[in-house]
Design a protein around this ligand. Sequence first.
Ligand SMILES: Nc1ncnc2c1ncn2[C@@H]1O[C@H](COP(=O)(O)OP(=O)(O)OP(=O)(O)O)[C@@H](O)[C@H]1O
Ligand SMILES: [Mg+2]
Length: 264
Amino acid sequence: MQVMEKEETGLRASVLRAESISKVFGTKSVFREISLDVAEGEVVTLIGPSGSGKTTFLRTLNHLEEPSEGVVLLDGKPLGQRLRNAAWLPDSAQLRADQQRIGFVFQQFNLFPHMTAAENVWHAPVRVKGEDKTEAMARARELLERVGLEQQADQKPATLSGGQQQRVAIARALAMRPRLLLFDEPTSALDPEMTQEVLRTIQGLAREGVTMVIVTHEMSFARRISDRVVVMEDGLIIEQGPATDIFSDPENVRTRAFLASMSE
Ligand SMILES: Nc1ncnc2c1ncn2[C@@H]1O[C@H](COP(=O)(O)OP(=O)(O)OP(=O)(O)O)[C@@H](O)[C@H]1O
Ligand SMILES: [Mg+2]
């Protein structure tokens, strides 16, 4: 499989950009006027206290939740909209197409229990995107190899460990050839040993240049993997920057307090 080396220098194109997005449920404001630009090959981690709005923000990035205000741009184009007569208008077919280009890896792996690992990986490319089945099946094996599961390709999820199931879920997301991957606490349902194997897999993707936004409570992982760390609290980004700055010398007192609470 062709692997892109991560480009370390130069201007990189914006893959996903949130422009002043907000989310309100009824009268509850979950996050307010957040802007975030994710460049090609960049790994952004999102950290912050429980309830600060990380999951909702991540889900809004690919319109699993529609933003109450603001716009999300994928490759510079408004997500889920199509240009008609010089105006961008909501379009459900465009939304589905755009969402297919944004991989999402959930806390609970959400694999199809009646399908083998390989079937879970090739199912959507064939059924949703209409890819050639023989090619998709071969590619599913390659992707399972990439996440270290070539031996488990024909096993059903129930016979796999949690860490293995999560790696199948990662292969499944990659099978759609996404522009980027979003992860919501991919290891929080796992015990420490399995956590490490999943984190190593994600780190491998980072090295290959896969663009990712990762919500995580694993601070040492965030420190290792991030090009940029974004700290959320109470629905706002309170600080962001390179991992070394955020973890070694945070400017915001609330970032300090949060990091201290995580190391207890
Ligand atoms: N569908 C919803 N309706 C109403 N309120 C919601 C809804 N979804 C989330 N919230 C509220 O939004 C706030 C942020 O929740 P969210 O799950 O995004 O936080 P989080 O940072 O991911 O927390 P955690 O670290 O515990 O996963 C919480 O107060 C939550 O109760
Ligand atoms: Mg969450």
